[in-house]
Ligand binder design. Structure first.
Ligand code: LLP
Length: 866
């Protein structure tokens, strides 16, 4: 017999809207729109907070009533609701507003009781405060009705039931209740009937005795998560006025980036370590039932927000930098700890007696340090004094207050140490009192003096995130999302030459355009500011355009070449006099021969040449490229030092190579190293110079120069600081002074040409697909592969409309047949239309030089402006 099929269950989705979202009619329009959109294929439960500020007013009203004052707080609550009703165009005399008014009148009667008795037991306070959510949802249901979205009003107390512990104090039982995450879809079905959309309250629930109870401040998010668990919902969306979780607190770090996706445990860690968007416990019910939670932004429903779900990928990752202030560090040292079983239990017993919870812990054989982040009564208080008295019996106690806990948050942090390592320079010369790695491996935390917190977060964030390009887990920066203009340093050249540029792209063809004046200006900047450097070479791989070689040759630069073709091009263009360096990697010996014949200085990075072509070396001075053991740069693919890189000779092999070279009749005249590309940390080159200087003796008495490679970065993203050349100079000067007779060299590529070049990309189509707007342009990764290859971020403006303010949030894509053909993700543009010309900035380095004919589409042609 065929089994009878039951009715197809339409899945629920739960949308939670916070106080700011429900306080304006615009917010309710978004709520209505989002509910209606989902109601086509889902059932929608809207969970709403009280209007912003209302819970505070109700709390004040309780205090006023208890102390015998009248106060006008409840009247203000009433006025806020009436004003919203008026903004929504609801008839003030009509029946739609009656349920809302009834809620507030009841609150008035309860307050009257408090006033009369002078008592405000928690059971009653809960009923007064619940009026905020009840009134907001009563009004909300009326507004939704007027918008044509029929939403059934449900009392959350019929859905969420608390489970008080037997001896629980009334404070907890009524004002900070615990509601277990039970699955009971029939409860919601019964209340909802056949309604497609229901609206109910966050923050409130019912005790087993039938009384109103609250989930504690911030509990609205927990309500949504609990309701989703109850309904077995498909998803929970938490709508707030922020677009999601960020890689740092955006108020401190405007360049903080939106986190697009994160696991439950990491998100909880972020919330408890300082991210304000989420109430830490709210994720637990959803996590337990495997329901994904998305944070969405009511003022910007088009933004995708942050998605929180199970950690399917176990990849280690650094997700954010957080800071918690106002903590206290307590250290105790004593010899009594040695070999004393149970000593730690004695140490912790006064904490237990006094109800003080400990946050981070570090121990050794003779000392123990802990941090306390909430201390009843503070460090001046009686509780803390008693704690100290208890501990002083055990050993010598030291207190540091206030301190800050700066944390690097992510998953499998212990596996990211290599990646984090360069960022730890942020701690140089800053006292760290304690380091702790959470047992779950979700954070690495540093306890520092409180005033160090903010500068450290900024510096760490810069070092950890500024080079993360288009990491798919990360979205736009906070300042971009706010649409705030990037702090433009000076007018870029392309603004001044906008007319010429638009004329160049008027035929609809993409073009690379280079401004030689900018190339010269950058070259002079390096010469003027880096006086510790004796000679500059241009790394022509960044952009080998002949006009650029000419310009830099005229500025006195030598040329650094990495292939015989580069040597031939430079020699052919610049003549016999131009100093050339040949710094290839894994290249055939024959290329060395030809490069030597063309008068280039040779750099070797292994024994190959001495083995296969010793005659070429006889009587010659050569340079040796070393692997310093670490690398740096904007992306792992461009970091060229360390055990994972194919470049350079390990320093410990220098002595052996010198012997081999000398046996072939050669001398070492140069030491060379290159850390990587796109480095913004000014300490990188001085550190490298120190290492190479320490190897001078091993290289032998013929040493004439030390070359610190290139890698000087330019800011990519708005808000990123420029490379501090003064700091590079200050770091190099004493090292140069200690190396008399030895020339210091640098060989930058990007720094001189990146900002001098733009890619002009005419718009071919503007198209919305589902929720995403795509702006198609005439060229893509065939002209500029950096976004696809490294996730690099290039600024994009609609040059045709410039300087009109951006108003469209879009993805800028090319015509190449790969999903990776995206030139810019999540960009704000000024209403682009087909025929407009987009300008893609910062494209002078590694743009055309890396272009291809992929799909047989020729890359953009180059034009030079002098
Ligand atoms: N010296 C050597 C030995 C190099 O390998 C490089 C770059 C430079 C100097 C110049 O580095 P710069 O100052 O331009 O950072 N395609 C990548 C960059 C690769 C750099 C390769 N080597 C990008 O588009 O970011």
């Amino acid at each position: 017999m065929r089994k009878k099929e039951g009715p197809v269950q339409v899945p629920w989705v739960v949308l939670k809207f916070g106080g700011t979202s429900v306080a304006s009619f615009a917010g309710w329009r978004t709520i209505g729109h989002e509910a209606a959109e989902r109601a086509g294929s889902r059932r929608v439960a809207l969970v709403c907070s009280a209007l912003a500020g209302v819970t505070d007013l109700l709390e004040r009203a309780v205090t006023a009533a208890r102390t015998g004052n009248e106060g006008d707080d409840l009247a203000r609550v009433g006025r806020a609701h009436e004003a919203l009703a008026a903004a929504a165009g609801l008839d003030p005399a009509g029946p739609a507003l009656e349920p809302m008014r009834a809620v507030l009148e009841e609150a008035g009667r309860l307050l009257q009781g408090v006033w009369l008795t002078g008592e405000a037991p928690p059971r009653l306070v809960a009923r007064v405060l619940a009026a905020g959510e009840l009134a907001a949802t009563r009004l909300g249901a009326a507004i939704l009705g007027s918008l044509g979205v029929g939403a059934r009003w449900l009392d959350a107390r019929d859905l969420l039931l608390s489970a008080p512990r037997p001896l629980e104090a009334d404070e907890r039982r009524y004002l900070a209740a615990t509601v277990p995450a039970a699955r009971a879809p029939e409860r919601l079905e019964a209340a909802a009937g056949n309604a497609r959309v229901v609206v109910t309250q966050g923050f409130i629930a019912r005790t087993p005795e039938g009384d109103t109870c609250l989930l504690g401040r911030g509990g609205g998010d927990t309500s949504a998560s609990l309701l989703a668990a109850l309904a077995g919902a498909e998803a929970v969306e938490i709508w707030t006025d922020l677009p999601g979780l960020f890689t740092a607190d955006p108020r401190e770090v405007p360049a903080a980036r939106l986190i697009r996706s994160v696991g439950y445990r990491e998100a909880r860690e972020l919330a408890s370590l300082g991210a304000k968007v989420l109430h830490p416990p709210c994720l637990d019910p959803a996590a337990r039932h495997g329901i994904p939670v998305t944070i969405r932004c009511t003022p910007h429903p088009e933004m995708a927000g942050t998605r929180i779900e199970g950690e399917s990928e176990a990849q280690p990752a650094v997700t954010a930098v957080t800071c918690r202030r106002g903590g206290t560090l307590l250290s105790m040292s004593t010899v009594a700890m040695w070999d004393t079983p149970g000593f730690l239990a004695r140490f912790f017993s006064p904490f237990e007696e006094l109800g003080i919870s400990v946050d981070l812990i570090g121990t050794s054989e003779a000392a123990i340090s802990v941090t306390l982040d909430s201390l009843p009564g503070g460090v001046e208080g009686r509780v803390f004094r008693r704690l100290l008295a208890g501990l002083e019996e055990l050993g010598e106690v030291r207190v540091i207050h206030p301190c800050a806990v700066v944390s690097i948050v992510g998953r499998r942090i212990r596996a990211t140490l290599g990646e984090i390592a360069p960022a730890l320079t942020a701690f140089q010369e800053r006292p760290v009192h304690l380091i702790s790695n959470s047992a779950e491996d979700l954070n690495l935390s540093f306890v520092v003096d409180e005033e160090e917190g903010t500068p450290l977060v900024r510096r760490l964030h810069d070092l950890l995130f500024s080079n993360r390009g288009d990491d798919p887990r990360l979205g736009p920066t906070w300042e971009r999302l706010r649409g705030a203009p990037a702090p433009a340093p000076a007018t870029p050249w392309w603004e001044r030459r906008r007319g010429e540029l638009l004329a160049l792209a008027a035929d609809g063809q993409p073009r690379y355009v280079y401004d030689l004046a900018t190339v010269r200006e950058r070259a002079r900047r390096l010469e003027d500011r880096l006086t510790a450097v004796d000679r500059l070479y241009y790394s022509m791989k960044a952009n080998p355009h002949p006009a650029i070689l000419d310009a830099l040759h005229a500025e006195g630069f030598g040329i650094e070449c990495v292939s015989i073709q580069e040597v031939e091009a430079a020699r052919g263009r610049l003549g016999r006099e131009a100093p050339l360096l040949f710094t290839p990697n894994f290249c055939p010996a024959g290329e060395y021969e030809r490069a030597a014949a063309l008068g280039a200085e040779l750099t070797v990075d292994g024994p190959q040449l001495a083995e296969v072509a010793p005659r070429l070396l006889t009587g010659r001075g050569v340079a040796v490229r070393l692997d310093p053991g670490w690398g740096a740069g904007h992306h792992e693919k461009v970091r060229t030092g360390g055990p994972g890189s194919k470049f350079g000779l390990p320093p410990e092999e220098l002595g052996g190579l010198r012997a081999a070279l000398e046996a072939a009749g050669a001398r070492i005249v140069g030491l060379h190293a290159h850390l990587g590309s796109g480095i913004l940390d000014p300490a990188a080159w001085p550190a490298l110079a120190r290492l190479l200087a320490s190897l001078a003796a091993t290289a032998g008495g013929a040493l004439q120069w030390i070359d610190l490679g290139g890698g000087l970065g330019v800011p990519e993203r708005p808000g990123q600081p420029e490379l501090d050349l003064e700091a590079v100079q200050a770091g190099l000067a004493p090292i140069a002074a200690a190396l008399p007779g030895i020339e210091l060299r640098l060989e930058p590529g990007r720094y001189v040409v990146a900002e001098a070049g733009v890619l002009l990309a005419p718009v071919t189509q503007v198209r919305r697909k589902a929720r995403t707007v795509y702006v198609g342009v005439a060229t893509g990764m065939n002209s500029l592969i950096r976004p696809a290859l490294y996730g690099a971020w290039h600024p994009i403006v609609n040059l045709s409309r410039h300087p009109a303010p951006p108003d469209l949030f879009a993805q800028v894509v090319g015509p190449i047949c790969e999903s990776g053909d995206v030139l810019g993700r999540d960009r704000w543009l000024a209403h682009p239309e087909p025929g407009d010309v987009l300008l893609i900035g910062n494209a002078g380095a590694y743009g055309h030089a890396m272009a291809s004919h992929y799909n047989l589409r020729p890359p953009a042609q180059e034009v030079v402006l002098d």
